[in-house]
Each structure stands twice: as structure tokens, then as C-alpha cells.
Design a protein around this ligand. Structure first.
Ligand SMILES: Nc1ncnc2c1ncn2[C@@H]1O[C@H](COP(=O)(O)OP(=O)(O)OP(=O)(O)O)[C@@H](O)[C@H]1O
Length: 298
């Protein structure tokens, strides 16, 4: 369990992170979402002691990061995949990192296999694509066999196969009881595989709850197609629903398909088509963050 309490960081006049409080549960993938500049990287840097918070703290099973006896064995993090010596081979990079973290050198071979980089083990990291660097950085985070992974935008630079591989990897890690905290500015991407979401905008926490809870809260939209669109819009407008009309097509919010069908039947209105779409998680989150101007323009 990761407990983030009242984390705050100001740069000059800019409040990068304000009073951020949330928990990240084991056995689940938690997505950390928000637009560029929302404060995700600053929060994650504070979570691993790279940036000192002005106030607040972060605890891993009740212990602060800097008080952990062997942090590499508890928390693996990738905050910047470009952060590696370009002249070193993948294997040597991992051996050097292992030595610094007090991990046996043979772990390098194991983590290379785990991220699918065995065949590139003797190539220099400087020649790696961003996607390969992401894998190598993840391998580095896995060296201490930690139970917690913190990853900042890990799918940057990965091709679709790489993204699928990463999702499966993180899903399995969580299913084995691990804790996964992964950031992205792409809400749709995270909603595909996260269990919980921590949503931020403008340095503030906007929501911290399960994907299911956020999805359930959002009302559905009913699409009705009828040659009597104006008549249907008129009767619907008299009940408490929102109606938008475009030619023969109505978009109705705040009701259900069954209710629209009944109203149409009661008024002798012929429907050509009637469908109900649940709003995407992305739409729901954009609602949540409507107040955040930065989110709206992201
Ligand atoms: N070292 C720093 N000095 C000054 N301002 C900073 C520093 N680091 C971050 N900021 C500012 O703090 C705010 C939050 O930035 P942060 O990088 O944490 O956001 P983010 O959500 O990770 O965005 P991105 O997806 O673009 O990385 C931004 O306005 C940024 O300009």
C-alpha cells in the first residue's frame, strides 16, 4: 500500500502540486492521469525522494521512502527512460545499476529476459529506440524484484505491440499481488487496463476511485432516429432530459432507451433506430476536470 498525504510543491509562484492525498492499493493497476503540466511527474518524483516536498509525505507500508532499508527491493521506478549511459550495453547498464542497488549481477540476465531484451543485451543503449529504452528502464526497475512499480508515461515511444506487451506485463504484475502506479496524459489508454484512477488537474487531486465507479456515475446517451424528430424532441423536452436535434437524429441525455421508446410509442411517433451508448470513461473524466482549463485544452 502506498499512502500519499498532503503532498505539496511550489516552484516560485507556480503551485505544481497542491495538497495531494490518495492511496494506491496492492494487487491493482492504478492509473495516474491528467493533462501535461498537471503535476504528475512532480508527484512521482516526490514519491521516490528525487524532489523534496514543501509539505506532506509518502509512505510505503507505513515507511517513508528515504527510511526504507533497501528501497530497490520495495519500489522500482522509471521516471525518465532516457536516463542511461549511451555508451553502455544493456547488460552492462543493468549490471552497474544492480551493483549500485546491492543486487546480485545475475539478476541482469533475468530482467533482460523478463522485458524481452535478451537479443539486444550486448548493444549499446545509445543506439536503442525510445521503445527499447523504455524496456531497458523497466528492466532496471525490476532488478531488486520489488513489489511496487512506479512508472511515468511508460508507453511513450512504444509501438502498438510494445504497448500491448507492457499492459499485459503490468496486469500480471498486479495479479501476482504487486502494486502498479502508472501515469499517462492519455486517459483512454489507461482506462483500457487500470483498475483504479487518480485524476489530477492543475496540481490538484480531482478524483481517486475505481474505473468502474467513474464509469457507473456517467449517464448514458440515447440516440433516436425518427422522421418525426421535432415532435419527439418536443415531448422529451417536457420531461427532465437534455435533447439535441440534428436532422432526423436526436441525442438524448439523462434517460434510458426504454423510456424514450415508451414516450415515442405513447405519442404515436415512429422510430427508425434507437440505441443507447454508455459514455466513455474519457468523457466522464473530462466532465470531472471541466473546471481545469489546462485539462480542457490538453
Ligand atoms: N523543476 C521545476 N522548476 C520549475 N517548475 C517546474 C519544475 N518541475 C515542474 N514544474 C512545473 O510544475 C507544473 C507541473 O509539472 P509536471 O511535470 O509535474 O506535470 P506533469 O503532469 O507531469 O506533466 P507532463 O505530462 O507534461 O510531464 C508545471 O507547470 C511545470 O512547469
Amino acid at each position: 500500500m502506498i499512502t500519499v498525504s498532503g503532498l505539496t510543491k511550489q516552484y516560485g509562484k507556480r503551485l505544481a502540486v497542491h495538497d495531494m492525498t490518495f492511496e494506491v492499493a496492492p494487487g491493482r493497476v492504478t492509473g495516474f492521469v491528467g493533462p501535461n503540466g498537471a503535476g504528475k511527474s512532480t508527484t512521482m518524483r516526490m514519491m521516490v525522494g528525487l524532489t523534496r516536498p514543501d509539505s506532506g509525505d509518502v509512505r510505503y507500508h507505513g515507511i517513508g521512502y528515504t527510511s526504507l532499508k533497501n528501497p530497490a527491493r520495495i519500489v522500482g521506478s522509471v521516471l525518465d527512460a532516457r536516463c542511461m549511459h549511451p555508451g553502455r550495453t544493456a547488460r552492462n547498464h543493468l549490471r552497474a545499476t544492480a551493483a549500485l542497488s546491492g543486487v546480485p549481477a545475475k539478476r541482469a540476465e533475468e530482467v533482460l529476459a523478463e522485458v524481452g531484451l535478451e537479443t539486444a543485451a550486448d548493444q549499446r543503449a545509445g543506439g536503442f529506440s525510445l521503445g527499447m529504452r523504455q524496456r531497458l528502464a523497466l528492466a532496471g526497475a525490476l532488478l531488486g524484484d520489488p513489489g511496487i512499480l512506479l512508472l511515468d508515461e511508460p508507453s511513450n515511444g512504444l509501438d502498438p505491440d510494445g504497448i500491448r506487451w507492457l499492459r499485459t506485463y503490468l496486469r500480471n504484475f498486479a495479479d501476482r499481488g504487486g502494486t502498479v502506479f502508472v501515469s499517462s496524459h492519455l486517459i483512454a489508454e489507461l482506462s483500457m487496463f487500470a483498475d483504479d484512477l487518480v485524476v489530477v488537474g492543475g496540481g490538484r487531486l480531482l478524483a481517486a476511485e475505481s474505473v468502474d465507479a467513474i464509469t457507473a456515475r456517467s449517464a448514458g446517451t440515447v440516440i433516436a432516429e425518427t422522421p418525426q424528430a421535432a415532435a419527439l424532441a418536443a415531448v422529451l423536452a417536457s420531461s427532465d432530459v437534455q435533447v439535441e436535434i440534428e436532422g432526423d437524429r436526436l441525442e438524448v441525455r439523462g434517460t434510458t432507451k426504454t423510456a424514450v421508446s415508451q414516450i415515442a410509442f405513447d405519442h404515436g411517433i415512429r422510430l427508425v433506430e434507437l440505441t443507447e451508448t454508455s459514455r466513455s470513461l474519457e468523457d466522464s473524466l473530462l466532465d470531472l476536470t471541466r473546471a481545469s482549463a489546462e485539462f480542457a485544452s490538453a
